[in-house]
Design a binder for this molecule. Structure first.
Ligand SMILES: Nc1nc2c(ncn2[C@@H]2O[C@H](COP(=O)(O)OP(=O)(O)OP(=O)(O)O)[C@@H](O)[C@H]2O)c(=O)[nH]1
Ligand SMILES: [Mg+2]
Length: 293
C-alpha cells in the first residue's frame, strides 16, 4: 500500500466526520460540531467558521476549499523534516513522551531512515525503568545492525547516557538516539530523571541534545496538548512526532497543536513496521483529513 493511501486509511475515521453531504452546508452547527469532534481545536474551529461565514461557499466543493485553506495555512509552517546537524558528531536526539506513545518503535524507524542515508547511527537504551525496554530496543538494533548501549533494568539512566555520549564522541557516530522511559506528566521522580539526563548530555556537549523529540500518540486526542505543555517545560521540546495515525478519528489534533505551539512536526507514524514512518506534509495531511469527496 502506498504511503498516501496508508495515511488516508489511517485518517478515514476523521475524514468520515467531514462527510457533510449536501445537507451539511445548510447547517453550520453540524459543521462546527464535526470540526470540534475531529479535535482541530477551538481556535481553528472558530477561524474556519468565520471564513465560512465570510466567504459563503456556494457548494460542497467550495466549502471544502475554505476549510482546506485554513488548515493548510495553519499546518504548512510546522511541517518540517528533522535535519540534525551531522557535521556535529554525534548529533544527539533525545526521544521523550508518555508511556506507550511509540518512542522505541520510532527510534527503530528513524534509525533505519538515517542509516539508509549512509550515516553511522547508534542507540542508547536509557529506559532502565520498564522491564523489557532494553531488549525491545536491542531487537531494533540487531535488525538494523546498529550498536545499542545498554545498562539493563534498574541501572542509572543518566550514567548510561554519559558513557554512551562519551564513547560516541570518540568513535565517529553521526547520530545517537537516546530512548527514554515513558513518563506520565505527574511522575515527578521520572521528570527529574529526564532533567538529569539532559544535564549529563550538556556536560559533555553544551550544544546537545540537538533535538529533543516529543513522541505523541494521536489516539489520545486533546490530551496531547497538556503533554506538550508539560514536556516542553521539563525538557525543552524541539519537535514532535505523532504516531498511530492509522486507526484514529483524532487526527485533527495536529491542527490544534500547530495552532497552539508552532512546534515543527517531523514525521508521522502510520503503523508498527519499520517503514511506517513518513515525513509530514501539509497537503497530504489535510487531503487525508478531509477525505476526497
Ligand atoms: N498502529 C501503530 N502502532 C504503533 C505506532 N507506533 C508505535 N506503535 C505501537 O505502539 C506500542 C508502543 O510502542 P513503543 O515504541 O513501545 O512505545 P514507547 O513510547 O517506547 O513505550 P514505553 O517505552 O512503554 O513508554 C507498540 O506495540 C508499537 O508497535 C504507529 O504509528 N501505529
Ligand atoms: Mg519504549
Amino acid at each position: 500500500m502506498s504511503w498516501l493511501s496508508k495515511l488516508k486509511q489511517g485518517l478515514s475515521k476523521t475524514a468520515a466526520l467531514f462527510s457533510f453531504g449536501g445537507a451539511g452546508l445548510k447547517n453550520l452547527d453540524d459543521v462546527e460540531e464535526a470540526l470540534l469532534k475531529a479535535d482541530v481545536g477551538y481556535g481553528t474551529t472558530t477561524e474556519i467558521m468565520d471564513a465560512v461565514r465570510r466567504e459563503k461557499p456556494k457548494d460542497e466543493a467550495a466549502f471544502r476549499q475554505v476549510v482546506r485553506d485554513v488548515m493548510i495555512r495553519k499546518i504548512t509552517p510546522i511541517a518540517k523534516p528533522m535535519m540534525p546537524d551531522t557535521t556535529h558528531k554525534p548529533a544527539i536526539i533525545l526521544m521523550i513522551g508518555v508511556n506507550g506513545a511509540g518512542k522505541t518503535t520510532t527510534i527503530g524507524k528513524l534509525g533505519s531512515i538515517y542509516q539508509a542515508r549512509g550515516l553511522k547511527v547508534a542507540f542508547v537504551a536509557a529506559d532502565t525503568f520498564r522491564a523489557g525496554a532494553t531488549e525491545q530496543l536491542c531487537r531494533w538494533g540487531e535488525k538494523l545492525n546498529v550498536p545499542t548501549y545498554t545498562a539493563g533494568a534498574g541501572a542509572d539512566a543518566a550514567g548510561l547516557v554519559f558513557d554512551a555520549v562519551q564513547k560516541s564522541q570518540k568513535d565517529g557516530t553521526d547520530i545517537l538516539f537516546i530512548d527514554t522511559a515513558g513518563r506520565l506528566q505527574n511522575r515527578s521522580d521520572l521528570m527529574e530523571e529526564l532533567k538529569k539526563i539532559t544535564r549529563v548530555i550538556k556536560k559533555l556537549d553544551p550544544e546537545a541534545p540537538q533535538e529533543t523529540v516529543l513522541v505523541l500518540d494521536a489516539t489520545v486526542g486533546q490530551n496531547a496538548i497538556s503533554q506538550v505543555k508539560t514536556f516542553r517545560e521539563m525538557a525543552g521540546v524541539t519537535g514532535l512526532i505523532m504516531t498511530k495515525l492509522d486507526g484514529t478519528a483524532k487526527g485533527g489534533i495536529l491542527v490544534a497543536l500547530a495552532d497552539q505551539f508552532k512546534l515543527p512536526v517531523y514525521a508521522l507514524g502510520v503503523g508498527e513496521k519499520i517503514d511506517d514512518l513518513r515525513p509530514f506534509t501539509a497537503d497530504e495531511y489535510v487531503t487525508s483529513l478531509l477525505g476526497d469527496s
